[in-house]
Design a protein. Structure first.
Length: 243
């Protein structure tokens, strides 16, 4: 038997309040490298707050946040090897597609040839290989989200955080993108942590799901575990909603 590898991310008893509102209540979680994780739960359950603690946009009130076994509670955001994709793309409208994707590698001071090769690779991954010279305003919403994904991957993060990246897309595109995101994650072999409030989406995409409500992880497990054996009424009702 081999020893269990150190999780890439670990939360130990993490609490966070905004004023009187207790937003995360003693969160424990473990994320292993190279898998597709989903935080699933209704609006206001604390999903985005967890991603912001991982990215360094927020600091925990108490508890430990570990990255590859090292405590990172106070590590500045720009030193963390994680990037986030948001629902609203947040692209640079005055730069073309290439320059948007090249932004992170340029900040890191990569040589020009390496940047070009990386941008081409990332645009191919999101099926926009022919769009490098387009302006952002010429792209559809779905294409803009693909650029945002390519940009977030371009400086080789170890973990990609995806905060409801598909929620603004229409149903058909969303289905296609669910599949493509899974393919990209498998191809790169890095860790994805994806947020959705859509149980079908979570069940279809994930290796492992954390079901949240009211700042608490209600259950975590494989899609099969969660679907077949919900541990309480909340999980059963939430997972059963679409059936
Ligand atoms: P989710 O992503 O699951 O919808 P969030 O993590 O964004 O939930 O928010 C969890 C709770 O924290 C909500 O009740 C929200 O109103 C509250 N909240 C989030 N950010 C702030 C903030 N900056 N100030 C005050 N309350 C906040
Ligand atoms: Mg949110």
């Amino acid at each position: 038997m081999t020893a269990k590898e150190t999780p890439i991310i670990e939360f130990k008893g993490v609490d966070l309040s905004f004023g009187d509102t207790h937003v995360l209540d003693h969160i424990d979680l473990e994320i292993d490298a190279g898998k597709f994780y989903t935080l699933l739960g209704p609006s206001g359950s604390g999903k985005s707050t967890i991603l912001k603690l991982i990215s360094g946009q927020l600091t925990a009130d108490s508890g430990d946040i570990l990255f590859e076994g090292q405590r990172i509670n106070n590590m500045p955001a720009e030193k963390r090897r994680v990037n986030t994709v948001f629902q609203n793309y947040a692209l640079f409208p005055n730069m073309n597609v290439f320059d948007n994707v090249a932004f992170g590698p340029k900040l890191k001071g990569w040589p020009k040839a390496k940047i070009k090769a990386q941008v081409e690779h990332m645009l191919d991954l999101v099926k926009l290989g022919a769009y490098a010279n387009r302006e952002i305003s010429e792209l559809s919403g779905g294409q803009q989200q693909r650029v945002a994904i390519a940009r977030a991957l371009a400086n080789d993060p170890e973990v990609l955080l995806l905060d409801e990246p598909l929620s603004a897309l229409d149903y058909k595109l969303r289905k296609a993108m669910q599949h493509e995101l899974r393919q990209i994650q498998k191809e790169l072999g890095i860790t994805f942590i994806f947020i959705t409030h859509d149980q079908e989406e979570a069940l279809a995409m994930s290796d492992w799901i954390f079901v949240m409500n009211d700042g608490v992880i209600q259950q975590n497990g494989t899609p099969e575990d969660i679907y077949d054996e919900p541990i309480n009424h909340f999980v059963a009702d939430f997972i059963g909603e679409s059936n």
